[in-house]
Design a protein around this ligand. Structure first.
Ligand SMILES: Cc1cc2nc3c(=O)[nH]c(=O)nc-3n(C[C@H](O)[C@H](O)[C@H](O)COP(=O)(O)O)c2cc1C
Ligand SMILES: Nc1ncnc2c1ncn2[C@@H]1O[C@H](COP(=O)(O)OP(=O)(O)O)[C@@H](O)[C@H]1O
Length: 319
């Protein structure tokens, strides 16, 4: 998959462009439906499946104080798009001047740079200044510009449309099984392993530490059963998100004890996929009490991950 951060004349670079439009924050099963539809259509017409999106959330420019945190990090987003079969991703910066583009101006821009044969959107897709453009406007203009429009109905889960807003709420509750069902893949954090206090090894549970960025969503503080991928090998693990209150508190971070692993992970990249929450983070009176609890957490993770094997099926989406 090629990635572009600037608009250029894609229509002279690629044949028969099928363009999927949207912010696609989180790439949940509803977004995947739109993108899969575009990929399928591109295969049918021997064309190019292209996703046109933004590098930053438009709401971060339009209503900075109400800007949502992003769901999932950029490297996971790229892997999912590649695994869905997207040929090209165009992710431009959404600036305050771009926000002034009218809905008709945006359709004109699509024609100018992409000359798409097909445009694929979700039913609730809006675009252009004030979000005034919608699928009806695209339909009205399709004849004039010579593209076909495909509108995908919302994907439902438990009778309710899947949305990024709903996923954020479920994540805040630590409800990873529903988050993962809505995403269609396990919620995943990637990062470079950094140094901590070197206390983990003295407790008998070394933990690979990864920073959490504030502009991205993360599960609430607590202990989780996870799968870790490092250099194409996957492992079960038990992770803590929090501040280590037992030891006086540090910056909030993710720490993972990888089961049946030994080796040096500093400065290398790990991928941590979350499956279920085991408990809240606690302040223990002594290190020994924490050690006893971590042993129980590890057993709970091993047991739960073994029993919920089907949950792990879609991990291939993110690696
Ligand atoms: C499964 C697991 C559960 C943990 N639970 C807690 C907890 O409830 N409270 C706490 O203060 N620290 C908890 N920790 C964090 C340990 O305090 C931390 O791993 C230890 O201090 C090592 O830190 P270091 O990586 O900086 O060496 C947990 C760690 C793991 C691996
Ligand atoms: N099973 C394991 N799980 C996690 N990290 C491990 C494991 N075995 C060895 N390590 C290494 O040990 C380091 C963590 O040890 P720890 O004492 O917690 O140090 P730190 O406080 O720097 O994280 C990891 O960064 C990794 O390099």
């Amino acid at each position: 998959m090629e990635k572009y951060t600037q608009l250029t004349y894609f229509s002279s670079k690629y044949e028969n462009i099928v363009i999927a439009l949207g912010m696609f924050d989180g790439l949940h099963i509803g977004h995947q439906e739109v993108i899969r539809t575009a990929v399928k259509k591109a295969q049918e017409i021997k064309g190019t499946a292209l996703v046109f999106s933004f590098a930053n959330h438009p709401r971060a420019v339009i209503v900075p104080e109400g800007a949502p945190h992003r769901i999932g990090c950029q490297s996971v987003r790229l892997r999912i798009l590649k695994n869905l079969g997207v040929d090209a991703l165009v992710e431009i910066a959404f600036t305050s001047s771009f926000a002034e583009t009218t809905a008709n101006g945006f359709i004109h821009l699509l024609q100018q740079y992409f000359a798409p044969k097909y445009i694929v959107v979700g039913e609730n897709y809006t675009f252009g200044r004030g979000g005034r453009g919608n699928p009806n406007l695209l339909k009205e203009q399709s004849g004039r510009y010579g593209f076909h429009l495909i509108v995908c109905p919302p994907v439902l889960y438990g009778g309710v449309p899947v949305s990024s807003t709903r996923i954020r709420a479920l994540l805040a509750q630590g409800d990873l099984s529903h988050v993962n069902a809505y995403l269609g893949y396990p919620f995943t954090v990637t990062g470079t392993v950094i140094h901590g206090q070197e206390r983990g090894r003295t407790l008998g549970f070394p933990t690979a530490n990864v920073s959490l960025h504030e502009s991205y969503e993360s599960p609430p503080n607590g202990v989780y059963a996870v799968m870790v991928v490092h250099k194409k090998h996957s492992y079960h693990g038990v992770a803590n998100i929090g501040n280590n209150p037992t030891f006086g508190g540090y910056d909030r971070r993710l720490e993972v004890h990888i089961i049946d692993f030994s080796g040096d992970l500093y400065d290398s990249e790990i991928t941590v996929s979350f499956f279920f929450k085991i408990r809240d983070e606690q302040r223990f009176s002594t290190a020994d009490e924490l050690i006893i609890q971590i042993k129980k957490d590890k057993e709970a993770a091993i047991k739960g991950l073994k029993e919920s094997f089907r949950l792990q099926e879609n991990i291939s989406m993110v690696i």
